[in-house]
Design a binder for this molecule. Structure first.
Ligand code: CA
Length: 534
């Protein structure tokens, strides 16, 4: 049985890897184009999101646990970043510190405050033009949820068929209960809901409506959506899951097409993300591109980023996907980059000048460190240099802040014009000011040097030239060129919007150009954005 299961798992892995193999065999053109879809006009296309773990952001009452009122009083800071929307990790009652095992879908975690506190947070956020989405955990409940307790204790329970049962164990995801074995993909503490039962769907649609209509959130980050419905031994990306999500899309869009849902399809490539986008979810996180940003920033070469951008352009040419560096499930990007602030600046520049809707994980903008276990990638926000509280609480923090708070904190970086924090602010402000950075097409340029990344982002009336020296050495040996149509013929004098120095003249003939060196010398880890008037 065990071996059979291992074989099935192996076959599943091979099957799920097939698209990746196909992708690497696809010829890679030197120049690619992303074309924005005219129909895609959702507000999220213009947004920069900020992901917040409420428990760790700001504590208002000294119990050492972050809360809604603490977050509300920090909204001026959030607004100062230039972001336009917040994603709050689970806010429901839960036996765990992280909240991904929900006890009640119609209430808030009392450790975070009252529903009135949450409504005040929403009002204050909306007053500042900040939209708020919350984590919606559909795949499973807590094993202590009253539905599961009843289902497990009483074979006649109406909730029994809300979960997935078997008389015998069928492998590592099956856990002994009072009524046989129940399926819990992530943990015995998280029994999977049975979405083949229409009552479960109806109940979760009701919860969705409650948060949209009665409370007023702007949308959802959909946790673990690839696992909603198992089919036989296939536990992810099943046809039944896609079919369910199509119904859910119709449901949540009814009456308000502005409601936004972004899916966590863990590890999704653009190829996989495409299968969930459009008639199911508004966007899916592009893990492949996240990996491209980080590998290129870390290794100093452009190939990882360009490859991920090509796949994104091929599979989701509309640019309808969510981007990020790392999230609450991964070692923090600053840790991955070995605490090298220059590389962190490059990673931020790549994220915020690329297609897709960017998500920034709280603390990323000040270079917070954090390596697994999970608690340590979700540590208290570093507001001050106080080594005990990090300015996060007046009491004892639920978990000790990272030691780096003495040097990497909001108070010190706010005052330093050259800090990582102000680098993020400048890049976000630029993105907010330039539609081409948000929804423009993308053309990758030839640079003649693997350490130099360059691209054009264009909207109707503007073209921006992005230029990044990814590496740690001064570059003089490079030249930019476009193999395919990029610009109208003419002579241009690009204007510097980001970075220092003035660009030399650019001449375009037959809609292409070559041997263009906007600057003679590119200092290490530097980013430029030039404006090219059409
Ligand atoms: Ca508190």
């Amino acid at each position: 049985m065990k071996y059979l299961f291992a074989l099935i798992l192996l076959l599943t892995l091979i099957t799920s890897c097939t698209p990746t193999v196909t992708q690497t065999l696809t010829p890679s053109p030197t120049t690619i184009t992303t074309s924005p879809s005219a129909a895609a006009a959702g507000w999220w296309r213009d947004a920069v999101f900020y992901e917040i773990f409420v428990r760790s952001f700001s504590d208002s009452d000294g119990d050492g646990i972050g809360d809604f009122n603490g977050l509300t009083r920090k909204l001026d800071y959030v607004q100062s970043l230039g972001v336009s929307a917040l994603w709050l990790m689970p806010i429901h009652p839960s036996p765990s510190y992280h909240g991904y095992d929900v006890l009640d879908y119609y209430a808030v975690n009392p450790q975070y405050g009252t529903m009135d506190d949450f409504k005040r947070l929403l009002d204050e956020a909306h007053r500042r033009g900040l939209r708020v989405i919350i984590d919606l955990v559909l795949n499973h409940t807590s094993s202590r949820h009253p539905w599961f307790l009843d289902a497990n204790n009483d074979p006649q329970s109406a909730y029994h068929s809300w979960y997935v049962w078997s008389d015998a164990s069928r492998g590592r995801y099956w856990h002994p209960g009072n009524q046989g074995y129940y399926f819990g993909l992530f943990c015995n503490c998280m029994p999977d809901l049975n979405y083949n039962n229409p009552d479960v769907t109806a109940q979760m649609q009701k919860a969705t409506r409650f948060w949209l209509d009665d409370i007023g959130v702007d949308g959802f980050r959909m946790d673990a959506v690839k696992h909603l419905i198992e089919e036989g031994d296939k536990i992810e990306n099943t046809p039944a899951t896609h079919t369910w999500l199509k119904g859910f899309h119709t449901f949540y869009k009814t009456g308000n097409p502005d409601v936004y849902a972004v899916g966590e399809v863990f590890d999704a490539t653009a190829f996989i993300a495409k299968t969930y986008t459009g008639d199911q979810l508004d966007q899916v996180f592009n893990f492949e591109l996240a990996s491209g940003f980080i590998h290129s920033a870390n290794g100093g070469g452009k190939s990882a980023l360009e490859s991920a951008l090509r796949f994104a352009a091929r599979d989701l040419p509309s640019g309808e996907y969510a981007t990020f560096l790392t999230n609450h499930d991964q070692d923090r990007v600053m840790d991955v980059l070995n605490n090298d602030v220059n590389k962190a600046r490059v990673a931020a520049a790549l994220l915020l000048t690329s297609p897709g809707t960017p998500f920034i994980y709280y603390g990323e903008e000040i270079g917070m460190l954090g390596k697994k276990p999970d608690e340590d990638i979700r540590l208290p926000m570093q507001w001050t240099d106080d080594p005990v509280t990090a300015g996060f609480t007046d009491g004892k923090p639920w978990r000790a802040p990272a030691a780096t708070t003495v040097s990497a904190n909001v108070a010190v970086q706010d005052k330093d014009a050259n800090s990582l924090l102000n680098h993020y602010r400048a890049l976000i402000a630029l993105r907010n000011a330039q539609p081409a950075l948000r929804t423009g097409s993308l053309v990758l340029l030839e640079t003649g040097n693997p350490a130099v990344y360059a691209s054009l982002r264009s909207e109707a009336n503007e073209t921006l030239l992005i230029l990044v020296n990814l590496g740690g050495k001064v570059v003089t040996d490079y030249q930019l060129g476009s193999a395919s149509a990029a610009l109208q013929d003419g002579t241009y004098a690009p204007e510097t919007l980001f970075g220092s120095g003035s660009a030399g003249t650019l001449t375009v003939a037959n809609n292409t150009f070559s041997n263009y060196k906007p600057l003679a010398k590119l200092p290490p880890y530097s980013t430029w954005v030039f404006y090219i008037k059409k």
